[in-house]
Design a protein around this ligand. Structure first.
Ligand SMILES: [Zn+2]
Ligand SMILES: [Zn+2]
Length: 450
């Protein structure tokens, strides 16, 4: 997940969640207390330590070798048949339990190139050589350690309760979510051809700044589309004192940066959110030399595929036209690269969310459905599992990961939540229990109600 959570939102959200938790203690008696007890017991015996192990052994995208090996070993020890090396370091575990639907549960596995400064006793000290050959510090700064631990817990509950459901479960350990290429790699490696097209795809993400253990979901869009765009602005270099003999690519690229913002503000329906951020602008190396090239790196976010097509098309047109405006010949017009790092919008299936809600409300004691404002345009490559040619109904939810005492200080305005992707990020390991409870409840609901 790529988003920061403003404090104002956190306060509102926290108040909302606590209001729900306090007011709706209904049907707590109907909840499966034995399930809660077995999750608690397995957490104490195994999951807490496992979470710490994953946290202390973070690995970069597509380099999750130890993580996937450990996950495979954990699933095998629970009796699951596991296939490794699906889409690089991805793994797939299959639980076959008679007639019924196929339900997929996905956990992403990768960490981030960040030097951990959380102060935790089990802080990561890991360094790893990345795919470009550079050694990097590595940290689980997005909570994917919680996701894989929860997957193991959910698997244990599914295996221990095989008499309570029937069908097939596909457990997916996905690589490289942080570079939004891992889900795609698994799909392209034949995930659905080899293991079947799921009837439902389930996923979760832990959230810093949400009370530990609280579950929330939306019945529509969860995450925006993401497209990285590279623009190579070419010019005609020369002496800085003779600009008339050149086409200055820094000037051209500067015009382009301004013009790109006009796409969002002047071309897109104001009720359709879109973001174009130019995150990198590189060009030139001396005061008095007009360079011949500038490289721009953009991230583009939208909430619908139509707007996404429109924005990406406009970026290409704008780049070419700004080049022409500055007198560049056709063979020196800007080169726009799109599609090397991208994911569609992650949209929950409305019917599926509303089908599982009563089961969650019974088990959790409150309805996790929220219509709270989204606070930014974070992305998730879970979308690749649902938006294949098969259109698999997806249910993706959030699990709160910030302990009660920290939430109290956040609410008092003393501190803000440790953001995802920051050196200070941390997750309450106990949130694993809620992840397991909500995921198991959803999975057996869909298995038993095809
Ligand atoms: Zn992330
Ligand atoms: Zn994440």
């Amino acid at each position: 997940m790529k988003s920061l959570i403003p404090k104002s939102y956190l306060l509102n959200f926290t108040v909302l969640v606590f209001a729900i938790l306090n007011l709706v203690s209904v049907s707590a008696s109907a909840a499966d207390q034995a399930l809660k007890a077995s999750i608690e017991q397995y957490y104490q015996e195994h999951l807490e330590g496992l979470f710490v192990w994953f946290h202390q052994n973070p690995e970069l995208s597509f380099l999750e070798n130890k993580t996937s090996a450990r996950l495979a070993e954990e699933l095998r020890s629970l009796g699951v048949e596991v296939t490794e090396g699906v889409g690089g370091t991805g793994i797939v575990g299959m639980i076959e339990n008679g007639e019924g639907p196929l339900v997929m549960i996905r956990a992403d596995m990768d960490g981030l190139p960040i030097l951990e400064d959380s102060g935790l006793s089990y802080m990561s000290r890991v360094r790893q050589v990345n795919l470009d050959g550079d050694e990097m510090p590595v940290m689980h700064a997005c909570g994917h350690d919680m996701h894989v631990t929860s997957l193991v817990g959910t698997t244990k509950m599914l295996m221990d309760n095989r008499d309570k459901w029937s069908g097939t479960v596909m457990l997916v350990g996905q690589p490289a979510e942080e570079i939004i290429n891992g889900a795609k790699a698994m799909i392209e490696d034949g995930l659905y051809e080899r293991f079947g097209v799921p009837d439902y795809a389930l996923g979760l993400h832990v959230a810093s700044g949400m009370p530990s253990g609280a579950i929330s979901i939306r019945d529509g869009i969860m995450y925006s589309s993401v497209d990285s765009v590279d623009i190579q602005v070419r010019g005609v270099g020369g002496h800085g004192a003779y600009p008339h003999q050149t086409v200055d690519p820094i000037y051209v690229a500067s015009q382009l940066v301004i013009a790109l913002q006009g796409i969002v503000s002047r071309q897109i329906n104001p009720f359709s959110p879109a973001v174009i951020t130019v995150g990198s602008f590189q060009g030139g190396n001396k005061h008095n030399i007009i360079s011949d090239e500038v490289s721009l790196q953009l991230t583009v976010r939208t909430d619908s595929e139509a707007v996404r097509d429109q924005v990406l098309g406009s970026i290409r047109d704008t780049a070419l036209n700004i080049g022409r405006l500055n007198g560049l010949p056709d063979d020196l017009l800007p080169i726009v690269r799109i599609g090397f790092e991208s994911t569609p919008t992650t949209v929950n299936n409305y019917e599926a969310v509303h089908e599982v809600l009563p089961a969650w409300t019974t088990q959790l004691g409150y309805s996790p459905l929220t219509d709270s404002e989204r606070t930014g345009m974070g992305g998730e490559d879970f979308a690749f599992f649902t938006r294949t040619e098969h259109e698999v109904p997806g249910v993706f939810f959030s699990v709160g990961g910030t302990p009660a005492d920290v939430m109290q200080r956040i609410r008092a305005g003393e501190i803000s939540a440790p953001p995802h992707h920051s050196p200070f990020f941390f997750i309450d390991p106990n949130s694993v229990k809620a992840g397991v409870e909500a995921m198991y409840t959803a999975a057996i609901h869909f298995l038993n109600n095809p």
